[in-house]
Design a protein around this ligand. Sequence first.
Ligand SMILES: Nc1nc2c(ncn2[C@@H]2O[C@H](COP(=O)(O)OP(=O)(O)O)[C@@H](O)[C@H]2O)c(=O)[nH]1
Ligand SMILES: [Mg+2]
Length: 344
Amino acid sequence: MQVGIMGLQGSGKTTIFNSLTGQTAKTGGYSSEKEIHLGLIKVPDERVDDLSQIFKPKKITYSEITFADMVMPAQEKFSSKILEKLKYMEALVLVIKGFDTESQNFHPLDDLATLQSELLFSDFAIADNTLARLKKERQDPQLIQIMEKIYACLDKEKPLRFQEFSEAEYKEIAGFAFLSIKPALVVVNIPESGFKANLYTPIQEYCRDKQMGSMQVIGSLEEEISQLPLNEQVDFLREMGIKESARSKFIRESYAMMNLISFLTIGKDEVRSWAITRGTPAVKAAGKIHSDIERGFIRAEVVSYTDFMQYKEMTEVKKKGLMRLEGKSYQVQDGDIINFRFNV
Ligand SMILES: Nc1nc2c(ncn2[C@@H]2O[C@H](COP(=O)(O)OP(=O)(O)O)[C@@H](O)[C@H]2O)c(=O)[nH]1
Ligand SMILES: [Mg+2]
C-alpha cells in the first residue's frame, strides 16, 4: 500500500512524513522534483498480537504502508511529472498549512481548494482527451459510455469517488489511474497553540462534501516526539498523560479514513495482516499475497476474527459452522481470517 503525501510547498509534508515514519528528512527545503522520500511503517493491530499469542508463529508480520513524501510547488500548477507520480499511489494525504495563522499566507481553505482542483483538472483533461479520441476513431462504444459518465461527474466538479462503477467498468478504467477516485485524507498541520474551531469547521465541511477524511495534527510536536528513542517516547507520553502515541493513533485513524481495512492470515509459520481497500473482492485480496493465488483462485475459506476468538481453534470453529466458503467476488471484510484455496 503506497500513500502519497501531497500539499503545497511549506505546508509541512516532510514534517508530517517524519513524524509518521520516524525518519529525519530535511524540512523547509524545496529540492528537485525527482526527490521523493519513502518511508515504510507497520500498522499496529491488536488482532495480530492476539492471534500470535495463540499460534506462536515463527514470524509476525503487520500490514505495511509506504508513505511517499512528494516535492510540490508553492502555488502554481502541478507539473505533469508530479501528476504522473501521484498515479502510482493507492491513496492520498493532502497536507494543509494550518500554522502561521497571523501571516498573509494563511488561507487553509483556499489551499485545500487549490489541491482539490488540481486533482480534478488532471482527471478532467484525461477524460476530455480520451473522449475526443474515441469519438474520432469511432471506437469502443462501451468505453465512450463510461468516459461520458466520468466527464459528467467531473464537469459538476465532483471527485470520481462519487461515481458508482461496476466491477467491469473499474477494470476498463484502471489503466487511466484517475486521481480523484483515490481515497483521500486531509491533514491540517496545526501549531502547538491549537486551531480555533471556527477555522477547522469549514475545512471539515469541505472534506465531507468531497468525501474525504480530515484530521488535525500538530506536525512540529509529532515530529519531535517521533525523533526520541522509543522508550523515551513512551515516558514522554506517560508524563503528558497520553495513552496511545499520537503516531499510532494517526496511523490507525488515517488507515480507517483512507478506507483501508485488513484481512488476516494465520498459521504456525506466520500470522500476518494485509492492507486492502474496503470493497476489494476476494480474488484481488488473494493477489496481494501472490499473483499465483489470484490466478489459480478456487475459493476463500473465511472466518471473522471475532468468531474465531470465541473458540481460538479452527476445527472447533468449523464444527460450529462459522467458517464460510466464499467465491471470487466476495467483498473481504475488516478482520476476516482467510485461507485461500488455489490451483496453478
Ligand atoms: N511553526 C511551525 N512551523 C512548522 C510546522 N510544521 C512545519 N513547519 C515548518 O515549516 C517549514 C516547511 O515544512 P516542511 O515539512 O518542509 O514542508 P513541505 O515543503 O510541505 O515538505 C519548515 O521550516 C518546518 O520546520 C508547524 O506546525 N509549526
Ligand atoms: Mg518537503
